[in-house]
Write a protein that binds this ligand. Structure first.
Ligand code: NAD
Ligand code: UGA
Length: 480
């Protein structure tokens, strides 16, 4: 029986391995992690991450050919194929701080593999890593090899949270990069055989190692660039009376551009877009490509601009101050159908409003009160370290309360800010919400989920990203 071990039981390791186990009953899959709480959660009925469809997949194979364990060394030493799916955060200090990828966790995983291995291994980079990382990993492994042969493959993951299970079942492509040597090609074939259990062969692409590593960074950069492009247009729409949804629709009809990923928003979030672009920028700078680095840097700058612009819209519309005013925050996760808050735009928007002394009542159907308090007090990039290494949550932010539902969050509020596109925000009883709010009552829709005309008829003053402005907002400054 082929044995797979995956180091890192997070958003990628857990779902990816569950789908492999389900589709390959003849393969034993063990997911290991240094976080005891995470592994205990995987072994319980309350999984550590919320992802539609994940429970059902895990239930079918846990205990059959899918196992979760903290006994990292044992399972690594027994495995034929080792996936490494650990955090690759942005460095917070030293050379490349604020940009370069911190490979501490990757390196320690590689050293441990070298220490405990007694047989030949295929080591698969599942984490997103800088191009050329495989070379460094190869060095660590071969310098400590004791005659054991290692083949390194790059097999980046393209799943998106909230749709991870469907993305894994029907991937647009599976990308495998490896050495173009006889042993390298054999290793590529072994990994191909795993995916071939359920992925059509024409969707499994093989490349050299560096192309695979770089393609992952490039794909995230291209995706994020689309959002910054449409968000930049949203500012121009507001200035001119154009409607960004109509512009996106018209632009997306061009088959060369396509309709997906053109929704204007308060800004993109998530654990990877910013981190991976910063990493790309750093790699370009290290290769002397200043113009290329600046080009990609602009994608992040526009994203920051969009979040600032949103905060400025809120404050300037409300008589230039939100001090002491209650604002209901609808949604805190970085997108719907996930409880993940890593780099969510809600953090920057809430911090911006708190900076102007607002009182916030935050509601999200999937994010815990503790997580929200941690996010609002944590330093930049600290979130992307294993949970047990993150700073403990201090006392929390006093001006922030957590609400059980949207109605509680909006009671007596002066304004609502919709920051995540949860479906339930489309169908709230906005008449009831309006009746219970202070007047004038504002809605700032950062996700374009509400029916603007209907809300204006009720009496709300509505701001919706990239849409023709409410008469109230005209002539109010929107730019920082
Ligand atoms: P995560 O933080 O959810 O999970 C990583 C896990 O690795 C943590 O549980 C941590 O405790 C564990 N870990 C760290 N060092 C370890 C070690 N030495 N031994 C054992 N366990 C260790 O991160 P994630 O979201 O799953 O992302 C992992 C990688 O995948 C990152 O490189 C990320 O860029 C990439 N990625 C993420 C997504 C996504 O949607 N989250 C999608 C594609 C790629
Ligand atoms: C993204 C990519 O889509 C995945 O392919 C990739 O594997 C992953 O990053 C990764 O490497 O981590 P994810 O961040 O989970 O996936 O979610 P997305 O659906 O890409 O959304 C990212 C952010 O962009 C969210 O805040 C979302 O609300 C925002 N977004 C997305 C928009 O503002 N507009 C859009 O049209 C689409």
């Amino acid at each position: 029986m082929v044995k797979i071990c995956c180091i890192g039981a997070g958003y990628v390791g857990g779902p990816t391995m569950a789908v492999i186990a389900l589709n390959c009953p003849s393969i034993e899959v063990v997911v290991v992690d240094i976080s005891v709480t995470r592994i205990s959660a995987w072994n319980s009925d309350q999984l550590p991450i919320y992802e539609p469809g994940l429970n059902e997949v895990v239930k079918q194979c846990k205990g059959r050919n899918l196992f979760f364990s903290t006994d990292v060394e044992k399972h690594v030493s027994e495995a034929d194929i080792i996936f490494v799916s650990v955090n690759t955060p942005t460095k917070t200090r030293g050379l490349g701080a604020g940009k370069a990828a911190d490979l501490t966790y990757w390196e320690s995983a590689a050293r441990m593999i070298a220490d405990v291995s007694k047989s030949n291994k295929i080591v698969v980079e599942k984490s997103t890593v800088p191009v050329k990382t495989a070379e460094a990993i190869e060095r660590i492994l071969t310098h400590n090899s004791k005659g054991i042969k290692y083949q390194i493959l790059s097999n980046p993951e393209f799943l998106a949270e909230g749709t991870a299970i469907q993305d894994l079942f029907k991937p647009d492509r599976v990308l495998i990069g490896g050495r173009e040597t006889p042993d390298g090609l054999k290793a590529i074939q072994a990994l191909k055989d795993v995916y071939a259990h359920w992925v059509p062969e024409d969707r499994i692409i093989t490349t050299n190692l560096w192309s695979a590593e770089l393609s992952k960074l490039a794909a995230n950069a291209f995706l994020a660039q689309r959002i910054s492009s449409v968000n930049a247009m949203s500012a121009l729409c507001e200035a001119t009376g154009a409607d960004v949804s109509q512009v996106s629709h018209a632009v997306g009809k061009d088959s060369r551009i396509g309709p997906k990923f053109l929704d204007a928003s308060v800004g993109f979030g998530g654990s990877c877009f910013q981190k991976d672009i910063l990493n790309l920028v750093y790699i370009c700078e290290c290769n002397g490509l200043a113009e290329v680095a600046n080009y990609w840097k602009q994608v992040i700058k526009v994203n920051d601009y969009q979040k600032n612009r949103f905060v400025n819209r809120v404050v300037s519309s409300m008589f230039n101050t939100v001090s002491g005013k209650k604002i209901g925050i609808m949604g805190f996760a970085f997108k719907k159908d996930t409880g993940d808050t890593r780099e969510t735009p809600a953090i920057d928007v809430c911090k911006g409003l708190l900076g102007d002394k607002a009182r916030l009542s935050i509601y999200d159907p999937q994010v815990t009160a503790d997580q929200i308090q941690r996010d609002l007090t944590m330093n930049k990039f600290d979130w992307d370290h294993p949970i047990h290494l993150q700073p403990m949550s201090p006392t929390g932010v006093k001006q922030v309360s957590i609400a059980w539902d949207a109605y509680e969050a909006s009671k007596d509020a002066h304004a609502l800010c919709i920051l995540t596109e949860w479906d339930e925000f489309k169908t709230l009883d906005y008449r009831r919400i309006f009746d219970n709010m202070q007047k004038p009552a504002f809605v700032f829709d950062g996700r374009n989920v509400v029916n603007v005309e209907m809300l204006r008829d009720i009496g709300f003053i509505v701001y919706s990203i990239g849409k023709p402005l409410d008469p109230w907002l005209k002539n109010m400054p929107a730019v920082a």
